[in-house]
Ligand binder design. Structure first.
Ligand SMILES: [Cu+2]
Length: 487
């Protein structure tokens, strides 16, 4: 094996690649997990001795025995205290998959016509047809029993399965067998065709809830207002921050600037039907908006070399319980239908954007809440502070809301949280009732100023305003951390 000894190896850059699927599956059967950082840490010296040349026990296959150099690299890793490391993004490769989802901006006239035919086709189906637009959009919240997977690890896998299910329905329309669901890159203005029928809106053929009776017409802000909102909400920056994270927890975060935070702010920016999960999926723009979040997850997986079940596990530093059986319980898309969906290995590709991809790589060295103590750190005059609003009981708040941080009465930061107007009816929401939201602001914007927080609901009742009292949602607390930079 042509290995080279590495003096300062890290888990994420080097060590995890020493193991293959066959090793993980083999050891997993013996109740040993080598596929996560924590699992490997627990087995550290053990693995060293088991793989030590020349008479190693493992791996069994003589062709895959560890070289002396690899063994030395592994030893160096242990000797240096098992550093986790920061991923150097793998170059983005072009996907080769039977289904390629394109950027909405790059569709030909013919492709738009086909897509339009597919949407009209499923919209014309009877509401009782499980492949109808009505039935599929209804799985997101109303009128279905809630299957809500938001603000939990299964958020991305669940929506991935949902998109596949929807795309399959589009492809079931005659003449649309090759249609795929394009993505709207939210950092660019939404394409004009999204504001024309059948993509401009949808009228409910029957009641889904007293607030959404038959005849309810979906609505969203104008194109120019959406563009302005997306900019005001710093969504591009949140995405960029998510894309350079090394661990799954940091990537998916809604508490700080992770991908679900970007998603939540996006829902609010597009409004009005989209601003709560209740009827969001009935507005056709939902599907293009969500195809983009799935693309970003897939691109992050590719950058982290985490596109299969076992390699994906290597990015998880927190609990892996959600990946254990029944991980494929992505109801109603799998299990109940007897079907299993591999929602980690997508099987669908996304067309790369012309620019964009490389620009993300440039965004390194962002401020973080904690640094490995082994690293040198610095606190600068311009340093950022993270102010945490902690312990919000969100099930008390009717619908999506915005938490605003004010300094001497002036808003300096805000966070949007996306949820149903009836969160207490959802088991997942009740289980994850208490949430934290982090505001990130330059120290100088808040120093020597009086800070306070307000919560405002996005859906307001006529004449009553939007302010929601803090004592009515668990009396959350505030704390502040100075963010550190590698110096
Ligand atoms: Cu969403």
């Amino acid at each position: 094996m042509a290995d080279k000894e590495i003096k300062n190896p890290t888990y994420i850059e080097h060590i995890r690649h020493f193991f293959e699927e066959i090793d993980h599956a083999h050891m997993w059967a013996k109740n040993i997990d080598l596929s996560t950082y924590k699992g490997l840490f627990d087995q550290g010296p053990n693995v060293y001795f088991q793989t030590l040349p020349p008479n190693a026990n493992m791996p069994k296959d003589p062709a895959r025995k560890w070289s002396q150099q690899r063994s030395d690299t592994y030893k160096n890793w242990i000797a240096q205290g098992y550093p986790f490391g920061t991923a150097k993004p793998a170059p983005l490769k072009v996907d080769k998959a039977p289904r390629i989802r394109k950027d909405v901006d790059s569709l030909s006239e013919q492709e738009i016509a086909d897509l339009s035919k597919a949407f009209s086709g499923i919209m014309a189906r009877a509401p009782g047809d499980s492949d109808s637009y009505f039935a599929l959009a209804g799985l997101h919240w109303y009128p279905a029993p809630t299957f809500c997977q938001h603000h939990v690890d299964k958020y991305n896998p669940w929506h991935r399965a949902y998109l596949l299910r929807f795309e399959d329905a589009l492809r079931s329309v005659e003449g649309c067998e090759n249609v795929t669901l394009p993505y709207w890159d939210i950092t660019k203005p939404p394409a004009d065709f999204l504001f024309k029928a059948p993509f401009s809106g949808y009228k409910l053929p029957q009641d889904i809830h007293p607030a959404y009776p038959a005849g309810y017409q979906t609505s969203r802000f104008t194109k120019s207002r959406i563009v302005k909102n997306v900019a005001d909400e710093d969504i591009a920056d949140k995405i960029a921050n998510a894309m350079v994270q090394t661990t799954w927890g940091d990537f998916i975060s809604y508490t700080s600037d992770g991908i679900e935070a970007a998603h939540d702010h996006g829902h609010g920016a597009i409004g009005e039907t989209l601003s709560t999960p209740d009827a969001a999926a009935f507005d056709p723009i939902f599907w293009f908006f969500h195809s983009n979040w799935d693309r970003l997850w897939w691109e992050w997986q590719k950058r982290l070399q985490a596109t299969t079940y076992w390699t994906f596990r290597s990015t998880i530093q927190g609990s892996t319980v959600f990946l254990e059986p029944p991980f494929d319980d992505l109801r109603p898309f799998a299990l109940t239908s007897g079907q299993t969906i591999d929602s980690i290995a997508l099987g669908v590709g996304y067309e790369l954007q012309k620019a964009g991809a490389e620009s993300l790589v440039a965004m390194q060295n962002r401020s973080v809440g904690s640094l490995a103590a082994g690293k040198v750190m610095a606190i600068h005059d311009e340093s950022l502070t993270s102010i945490r609003l902690k312990g919000i009981d969100r099930t008390k708040i009717p619908g999506s809301f915005r938490a605003e941080l004010k300094a001497d009465g002036k808003k300096v930061a805000h966070r949007t949280f996306f949820q149903s107007t009836q969160p207490q009816t959802c088991e997942n929401c009740r289980k994850n009732a208490l949430i934290n939201l982090d505001f990130r602001v330059p120290l100088k914007a808040i120093r020597n100023k009086r800070l306070d927080v307000e919560i405002h609901t996005l859906v307001t009742q006529e004449g009553l305003g939007s302010r929601f009292p803090l004592h009515a949602c668990g009396n959350p607390t505030l704390n502040a951390r100075l963010l550190l930079e590698g110096g």
